[in-house]
Design a protein around this ligand. Structure first.
Ligand SMILES: [Zn+2]
Length: 324
């Protein structure tokens, strides 16, 4: 069986081939809880790249007119026959650059996932493909199907339909409403302690809220904000504009580190998967503070206890002893 589910659970056999076991929907949700964050989206991008980059979409199929929003006019028709030149990520968006200077923009929402099925050619019928799972792409929540020229079938399913897709002219990408207001990419060269300090200057909001604001830094969500603040020893309620330069420097480094480590964990989830019988959700890798209310703080010598509070409607986990 050659198929891989990208997004919720993801797997790579030791020989480097992707594969996947189907999960009941409820189980997928149990694993995940909140929205996929930047590291998960990056893992999805990396998983999709070999199947899409440099390859042609022979035929796209759309099984409904909308996801979270209406799909663009003649969406499937406009994708069919197009070659995907490269796959990028910006914050939590996946950008598939297509030949003809258009970009397919994808947001996974809360439950969007991609599955890659590789087909075997039917020797009796040239050009006809068989899939290990004959229903691939036709299940209730399979909304968009990309049949690639090489016989690979890529299925986008999304049972809650908070995800969305759009087609945008490459030249107008910068003015797209979803992308235009985004702050610097935290893993890009344009992000640093100085840049972060500049963006926090004069802000009265608590640092937690300032970091969740996508204009400050792009792609940060609740989990990794909690982790980065914990690692840098900054209280989530500290006024954003009043954090000293060395501490902002430390925070910027912590943001990059927690994201990079999570992306690496996504990679090791792929590698380990083949050795387990169960299903591994991407977010199962352990967090230092997130979800650890009542547990002893893991910082050596701290002795504090992790607390949970609610800020702007979201849970914040922190250690009152070592986060100041
Ligand atoms: Zn502590």
């Amino acid at each position: 069986m050659d198929c891989v589910l990208i997004g919720r659970t993801i797997a790579q056999a030791p020989e480097g081939r992707y594969f996947r076991r189907a999960l009941p929907t409820a189980k997928i949700n149990d694993h995940i809880g909140p929205m996929p964050e930047l590291p998960e989206v990056e893992t999805v991008r990396r998983g999709l790249a070999p199947a899409l980059e440099g390859r042609r979409i022979a035929r796209a199929i759309q099984r409904r007119a909308n996801l979270r929003y209406m799909l663009p006019e003649r969406f499937a028709e406009r994708l069919s026959g197009r070659r995907v030149e490269r796959l990028e990520r910006r914050a939590k968006y996946i950008l598939a650059h297509l030949e003809g200077e258009e970009v397919l923009l994808v947001h996974l929402g809360m439950s969007g996932r991609f599955t890659i099925h590789s087909g075997d050619t039917d020797p009796k019928v040239p050009g006809k493909f068989h899939y290990e799972s004959p229903s691939a792409g036709t299940e209730t929540h399979d909304h968009i199907v990309f049949d690639m020229e090489d016989g690979t079938r890529i299925v986008y399913s999304d049972h809650r339909r908070f995800g969305f897709m759009d087609l945008i002219a490459e030249a107008r990408l910068g003015e797209n409403a979803h992308l235009a207001a985004l702050g610097p990419e935290p893993l890009g060269n344009e992000f640093s302690g100085d840049v972060l300090r500049e963006r926090l200057k004069g802000r009265r909001a608590p640092i937690k809220a300032a970091l969740l604001d996508q204009r400050t830094v792009a792609g940060l969500g609740n989990i990794y904000v909690c982790e980065a603040l914990f690692r840098s020893g900054i209280s989530p309620s500290r006024e954003a504009g009043r954090i000293s330069a060395p501490r902002v420097e430390k925070l910027a480094r912590a943001i990059r580190d927690v994201l990079n480590e999570a992306i690496e964990a996504g990679g090791s989830t792929l590698r380990d998967y083949a050795h387990t019988d169960g299903e591994l959700g991407y977010f199962q890798h352990s967090f230092a503070v997130y979800g650890r209310e009542g547990e002893a703080c893991s910082k050596p010598g701290c002795g504090g206890t992790v607390k949970r509070t609610v800020q702007s409607g979201r849970s914040t986990f922190y250690c009152p002893s070592c986060q100041r």
